[in-house]
Design a binder for this molecule. Structure first.
Ligand code: FAD
Length: 554
């Protein structure tokens, strides 16, 4: 069998090597238009930052090493220009000539390309770059010299924020411009607010709710919607990617949302013997069954392996993706899996959510760091829709447990049951994942009721009373119009409360307010917990908080 593979990185190379392990006699040719194959695209921002110090560390394999170990015929600098499904051939550009190559099976793994917006002046800008591959990385590095002081990153998604950190670490002044009202638009607003704060704390200028409307003076000036003008020596355009599907579409292969290549469960396209994997394909969001584009390395690698299995005759089906992603922004890690709250709402799912603050390991063991987890779930069935987390440490571990739980169809009740490894340096006997299961179960069973940060002002306007149960020493930042009774005094001071009122209880991070809620409920008061409590509220709505000095207050 002769197999041609278009694209020699994540999906394409996974397919090629797996195929070789399954079919020793197959002729396998990998065609890659760029100069490198099997390079670590996810590592590029870290090389720019100087954290990865040797360029060779990014180049995982060479055509020679792939020939020696896997017997692959790997052809860099060769672009597939056209596919001819009837003849089962492709046209390939090499140097200044073209040639034809036949196939029995063709695997398309051409990835995604950066979206380049049509903004006046952008075509004349000489300092705008994107980051998809090693030549892009080199072009960025070439632009950084002793005269490069100001960088502007347009688009605050994963690559944009990784690059903001990298450029800052290279000593540049960095501004990030994002059209959405928050950074990391795929994350929920209150969780992304922690990321924004970290960026600002590390000296990044963050401008949200604004897009670039023109590039002036060959890109040295970037004008925003509100007429702000940013100076830029180097601009990174990172407003998103779209499937690299032109080749497929021109060959008559059916495409779907945003031009993604449509495939069936076996990665078969609409053309016989042509398969496709990776960022270029439309996959199913496993939790909703809806078509989705998920541009992540783990699905691309898995799909590459699976398509090889399919071609070799093994029973393999693409079950779809839930989408699990993680990002380090300076000292903070942010991660998400499954559906965000807003994605669940847009899918018509009416999700319940809960936030839990915990520590990455036992609080009494030195170095414990705060961790905020969010769970998105169905209150009737306990079905898990998604999870998000921010924190300095231990975020990856919790997100991977939750991603595994969601992918496996576990429910809220199962999270409470999970038996996770524990010794004080590593975790807690009640891991944050268990805790969020307990908390969500409390909501499901009606033991606790909560309201969300974005519901607070409407609830108060409707006549509810906010009760803050933090200790007096913590009251340097306050809600407007809240009663204050420290939790430990609550039982003795219940008579100060109005039995006809309806209370919303808050503390610093949500545990003591839950305890207060239980005291109130069991004493006949109507009470709900402000989920995430003061800490979350002041992060996402800092303008609503009153700051007071305690001496003044005393
Ligand atoms: P790619 O790996 O992009 O490979 C496609 C290849 O096909 C390209 O090399 C391209 O040149 C080649 N090609 C296209 N058309 C043709 C043609 N006509 N002829 C020949 N060759 C062609 N994902 C994560 O999960 N975590 C991360 O931390 C992460 N970080 C990233 C950082 C950066 C800077 C980038 C760019 C991506 C990152 N990703 C990350 C995304 C991840 O790299 C992609 O999801 C994954 O590489 C997709 O695999 P793929 O095989 O579909 O495409």
């Amino acid at each position: 069998m002769k197999v041609l593979i278009v694209g020699g990185v994540a999906g394409g190379m996974s397919a090629a090597t797996r195929l070789r392990r399954l079919m020793e006699d197959a002729e396998i040719i990998v065609l890659e238009k760029g100069p490198y194959v099997s390079f670590a695209n996810c590592g590029l921002p870290y090389f720019i930052a100087g954290e990865i110090t040797t360029r060779d560390q990014l180049l995982l394999q060479t055509p020679e090493s792939l020939k020696a170990r896997f017997g692959l015929d790997v052809r860099p600098n060769q672009e597939v220009l056209a596919i001819h499904p009837e003849q089962k051939t492709v046209t390939i550009h090499r140097d200044s000539e073209t040639y034809e190559e036949s196939y029995d099976k063709l695997i398309l793994a051409p990835g995604a390309k950066a979206i380049i917006p049509k903004i006046p002046g952008l075509d004349r800008a000489t300092n705008c770059r994107q980051l998809r591959n090693v030549p892009d990385m080199d072009a960025i590095l070439q632009k950084i010299d002793q005269h490069t002081r100001q960088a502007v990153v347009v688009g605050a998604g994963f690559i944009g924020l990784e690059m903001a950190e990298s450029l800052k670490n290279r000593g540049l002044e960095v501004a990030v411009v994002e059209k959405a009202s928050q950074v990391l638009p795929s994350m929920d607003e209150e969780m992304a607010a922690y990321v924004k704060n970290e960026l600002i704390a590390k000296g990044i200028k963050v401008i949200t709710g604004q897009s670039a409307v023109s590039f002036e003076e060959e890109g040295k000036k970037i004008r925003l919607e509100d007429d702000t003008v940013l100076d830029s020596d180097l601009t990174l355009l990172s407003i998103g990617v779209q499937p690299e599907s032109r080749l497929a579409a021109e060959a008559g292969i059916t495409t779907g949302i945003r031009g993604g290549i449509l495939v069936d469960e076996n990665y078969q396209t609409s053309q016989k013997d042509i398969y496709a994997v990776g960022d270029a394909i439309v996959t199913k969001q496993q939790l909703t069954g809806e078509d989705a584009l998920i541009s992540l390395a783990s699905p691309a690698n898995r799909q590459g392996r699976q398509v090889a299995d399919v071609i070799a005759g093994l029973p393999r089906k693409n079950r779809g993706n839930i989408g699990t992603a993680i990002l380090r922004v300076f000292g903070l890690t942010a991660a998400m899996t499954g559906l965000s709250e807003k994605a669940a709402v847009s899918a018509g799912l009416q999700p319940a959510v809960i936030h839990v603050s915990g520590k990455d390991h036992a609080g009494y063991y030195p170095g414990a760091k705060d961790l905020l987890l969010k769970l998105i779930f169905n209150k009737e069935t306990g079905t898990l829709y998604g999870a998000q987390a921010v924190g300095q440490s231990g975020v990856d571990k919790r997100m991977d447990v939750l991603a595994t739980a969601i992918k496996s169809g576990l429910t809220v009740a199962d999270l409470a049951e999970l038996e996770l490894s524990y010794a004080p340096p590593f975790g807690s006997a009640k891991d944050p994942v268990n805790l969020i299961g307990y908390a969500a179960l409390n909501l499901i069973e009606g033991i606790s009721e909560s309201i969300q940060w974005h519901e607070l002002s409407a609830e108060l306007a409707a006549g509810k009373q906010l009760l803050d149960v933090r200790n007096t020493a913590e009251m340097t930042g306050r809600f407007k119009n809240a009663l204050h009774i420290p939790l430990n005094e609550l039982r003795d001071r219940l008579t100060e409360l109005d039995p006809t009122a309806s209370y919303i209880v808050s503390c610093h991070s949500g545990l003591r307010s839950y305890l207060a809620e239980r005291i109130l409920k069991q004493s006949g008061y109507e009470a709900k917990n402000l989920d995430g409590a003061f800490a979350l509220y002041q992060t996402v709505r800092p303008e609503e908080i009153i700051h007071v000095s305690l001496d003044h207050n005393a």
